[in-house]
Design a protein around this ligand. Structure first.
Ligand code: THU
Length: 138
């Protein structure tokens, strides 16, 4: 699975978004260590706070199926599904990644409709983070 293909799968997933309130459609494609890919989209709610981000939809689908080892995620989003730049994961999603991913977990932030992306690692996007190790030693 190449970053380019994963980015295309994130763009495809954006088409499943349920975002009638914000209008921002978001898609994600999560690559597991065994090569399986889980796609996710944002799912909003009239009460707002129950809404779920695309990244967490992808993670929770994979986790439920028993996956615990992850390699990379591609993420894209934009108003009405039009990508005008990268759509970086929110802090809550980064913290969910922290629970299950190592520092070198790769993020491909898609910044154009043709699938171009900026690459980053989880360590870059969530430095000095609180993790399961801190919980156990604390
Ligand atoms: N959203 C995501 O799906 N992922 C993020 O990491 C940031 C925000 C969604 C939530 C909401 O449905 C919409 O984008 C606007 O905030």
């Amino acid at each position: 699975m190449t970053p380019e293909k994963l980015s295309q799968l994130a763009i495809e997933a954006m088409g499943r978004a349920y975002a009638p309130y914000s209008g921002y459609k978001v898609g994600a494609a999560l690559l597991c260590a065994d090569g399986t890919v889980y796609q996710g989209c944002n799912i909003e709610n009239a009460a707002f706070s129950p809404s779920n981000c695309a990244e967490r939809t992808a993670f929770f689908r994979a986790l439920y199926d028993g996956h615990r080892d992850f390699t990379a995620i591609a993420v894209c989003g934009g108003k009405d599904g039009v990508i005008t730049g990268s759509f970086p994961p929110c802090g809550v999603c980064r913290q969910v990644m922290r629970e299950f991913c190592r520092d070198d977990f790769k993020l491909y932030l898609v910044n154009s409709a043709d699938g171009a992306y900026d690459a980053a690692t989880l360590a870059e996007l969530l430095p000095r983070s609180f993790s399961a190790q801190d919980q156990m030693s604390g």
